[in-house]
Each structure stands twice: as structure tokens, then as C-alpha cells.
Ligand binder design. Structure first.
Ligand code: MG
Ligand code: ZN
Length: 218
């Protein structure tokens, strides 16, 4: 049953991918545990990129619209998905959300997944890349405990680095652990709150947007 569910999801994810590919729209699936700071990271990322890129956001949440309201405050196109208790987004939900966005006007689409490091790793949505967000207020053993999401991800944002002095988070160990799980991971040390490290992350995103814009046939 679970395998069947994942296979059906996979099929819709491929259709979603074809839809965003047709628009040369770079799509990023943001995954983290609850409270890692995905929404704050998104707000600051949008602020850093919106002069150069046209950005859309699909905001996954279990019940509330709070995060979507925060993102809408940034003046970008936002669609809310409420999973009504569901602990992950699936490709069908994203397919519906895609229909509500002006895809042909966008360069970059973020999908903020539901806060959860387990099943979002398995449910592909049609994204180009998964990016995992890990905050230093979590244990630095998170990568070892939830390896699949870090294996699936192309990049990890280690967030809340401004809090490093007040935590036991071992940054070097976490980075080593991440690299041993996935040697090609891009790792960004960021404080979305004070802006540290945000530039490198934004430059990486811009390069990917540019790459996708060029690579897909017109
Ligand atoms: Mg959020
Ligand atoms: Zn789930």
C-alpha cells in the first residue's frame, strides 16, 4: 500500500515537473523539522532576490495560514495548501496549487513543505531540488537520525548561526556528518535573522535560476 501510494505520487510529481520545466521555472522544495526557521529564511531570501527575480511560493501548513500571510507580506505570489492534519505535502496538492500561480511570469518557485524530516523526503513534488534546513537549536545529530532527507537534498541551509554561542551544536561535526551522508551537498551557514551568510545562498539560487532558464528548450 505504501509503495503503491508512493508510485502514484511519483507519477503526478513527474507531471508537475513537466509543467514547471515548460516554463523554465526553477522549483525548490524546502524541508525541515518544525521551528527550523523555513519561513523566516524564505522571507529574507525573497527580500534579497525580488529585485532580480520574480518569485512564487507554495506554502504548506497543517492548519494555519500564518506563514502564507507572512510571505504574502513580501509582495510575491503565494498559494496556501492546508493539509488538514497531514504531515507532508504530496504531488497532487502541489498540482492543484500550481494551477493557481502565474507560472509564466515566475523565475523561481519555493514550496515550503510541512515541518517534518521524515515523509517529505519520500514524497517528491516535481521540484528541481530539495533543500533541507537545519537549525543550530536542534541537535547536530539530526543528519545521522534522518539521513534520507539529507541524501535527497542538493543543499542544506544551517540556520540560526547567530545562536551558535548559546547551543551545543557542533558545526564542524554536523558538516562532516552531512558530507558523509551526501558528498555533493552544498552547505550554507546562515542566520536568516541577522543576514549572515545570506548572500552566498542567494547567489547559489540565482545561478540555478539562470542555469534552468538556459537549459530548457524554448
Ligand atoms: Mg513555516
Ligand atoms: Zn507525512
Amino acid at each position: 500500500m505504501a509503495q503503491e501510494l508512493l508510485r502514484a505520487n511519483e507519477e503526478i510529481a513527474r507531471e508537475n515537473r513537466a509543467v514547471v520545466d515548460a516554463q523554465k521555472l526553477l522549483t525548490i522544495n524546502l524541508i525541515s523539522a518544525p521551528g527550523a526557521g523555513k519561513t523566516t529564511l524564505l522571507e529574507k531570501t525573497i527580500a534579497g532576490l525580488k529585485d532580480d527575480l520574480s518569485i512564487g511560493v507554495i506554502e504548506g501548513d497543517i492548519y494555519t495560514t500564518r506563514d502564507a500571510e507572512r510571505i504574502a507580506g513580501q509582495g510575491v505570489a503565494v498559494v496556501q495548501i492546508n493539509t488538514s492534519g497531514g504531515c507532508h505535502l504530496d504531488a497532487r496538492m502541489v498540482a492543484t496549487a500550481l494551477q493557481a500561480l502565474p507560472l509564466n511570469m515566475l523565475d523561481l518557485l519555493f514550496i515550503e513543505n510541512v515541518g517534518n524530516l521524515v515523509c517529505p523526503a519520500e514524497f517528491h513534488l516535481g521540484e528541481d531540488y530539495k533543500v533541507a534546513v537545519l537549525s543550530v537549536t536542534e541537535g547536530s545529530d539530526k543528519p545521522a537520525k534522518y539521513p534520507l532527507v539529507f541524501r535527497e537534498a542538493q543543499a542544506v541551509v544551517i540556520n540560526k548561526t547567530d545562536l551558535l554561542p548559546y547551543t551545543d551544536f557542533a558545526l564542524d561535526t554536523a558538516v562532516k556528518e552531512l558530507k558523509s551522508i551526501n558528498s555533493i551537498l552544498e552547505i550554507f551557514n546562515v542566520s536568516a535573522k541577522n543576514g549572515a551568510g545570506m548572500e552566498a545562498w542567494c547567489i547559489w539560487l540565482k545561478a540555478l535560476v539562470h542555469q534552468k532558464g538556459q537549459s530548457v528548450m524554448q
